[in-house]
Design a protein around this ligand. Structure first.
Ligand code: TA6
Length: 292
């Protein structure tokens, strides 16, 4: 698993999957090596900020339902729609723990890596195998998620995303600011549109917004809080709530859980896919905090 010496506040766990449990005065959390998956983050004195389904499975070859699934190197089924697994393979691989420490100010940093050469050849499509992925997680009163892609000798083109699930008190009362005026593709109706005001939820919502906007906010009146999301290196934002029927159709998603979550994702997909030349690097990040 790892021969790293972990400081107090960080504990290796192996069930339901290998990972690191965080328990510090600033926050608690959980990061699995499976998919470099940040599954939990709760700042001290707050309700959990990341949503995690009670029906999620924790198995090799399956994505965890909730937290921050990583999307790489294709979004959905890719531009052609036929690529498997859905959202690429990064979230299904066993990442290596490179570093886990606590700063003098009490912030936890956990760094995981996945080399292209380690990816299951059955899943890696026509991607070269000499690139490297890194996931840097900083956990304290703020959560910083950084997905870093470094090309090897071969140029690479990829789609990517931080598919972050947020916990809300009641999606029917919630709204998302930050994509006002942005063009979007509605993946439910396959129509285009332009966002008028904040995003509110009255049915299945699955939209890819063309927006590099740095700041987004989830207003959650039911829990009396706002989740602030700052993003870097992302040309699009996905907003998703499956609502009633789609929740029932997913085995790893409780029928009634749709009322308590919303995905606000930093992504680069389709025409906004990233192209890296030899040895070039790209960073995409979300910085998440709570306001009352
Ligand atoms: O978040 C947008 C989306 O592409 C939705 O269409 C829905 O499929 C969601 O991702 C979940 O995908 P998953 O493969 O994790 O079930």
């Amino acid at each position: 698993m790892t021969d790293l010496e972990l400081p107090e506040g960080l504990t290796l766990v192996d069930s339901p999957l290998p990972g690191i449990k965080v328990d510090t005065p600033k926050a608690s959390g959980l990061v699995y090596f499976h998919g470099a998956h940040v599954a939990e983050w709760t700042p001290a004195g707050e309700r959990p900020v990341l949503w995690l389904s009670e029906s999620s499975v924790y198995e090799d070859g399956k994505a965890i339902r909730g937290g921050v699934p990583l999307i790489f190197p294709w979004f959905g089924g890719g531009a052609s729609g036929g690529l498997k697994p859905q959202h690429g393979f990064a979230r299904l691989q066993q990442w290596k723990l490179k570093n886990a420490k606590i700063s003098p100010t009490g912030n936890v940093t956990i760094q995981l890596a996945l080399g292209g050469a380690e990816v299951d050849p059955e899943l890696s499509g026509n991607m070269p195998r000499d690139y490297n992925l890194e996931m840097h997680v900083t956990m304290g009163r703020t959560l910083i998620l950084q997905l870093i892609v470094t090309a090897g000798d071969a140029p690479i083109r990829f789609e990517e995303g931080l598919h972050t699930y947020f916990a809300v008190g009641d999606i029917k009362q919630a709204s998302v600011e930050g994509v006002e005026g942005a063009a979007y593709t509605d993946r439910v109706t396959d129509q285009g549109g332009t966002q008028d005001g904040a995003v509110r939820f009255t049915g299945e919502t699955d939209r890819v917004y063309e927006s590099r906007q740095f700041l987004a906010r989830i207003n959650d009146p039911a829990w009396g809080r706002t989740i602030q999301i700052e993003k870097v290196g992302s040309a699009q934002t996905v907003i998703w709530n499956p609502w009633i029927d789609k929740s029932k159709a997913m085995a790893d998603f409780g029928d009634d859980e749709w009322t308590g979550m919303v995905c606000v994702e930093a992504v680069n997909t389709r025409e906004q896919a990233i192209i890296l030349g030899r040895r070039q690097r790209h960073l995409m990040s979300q910085t998440i905090s709570i306001q009352h």
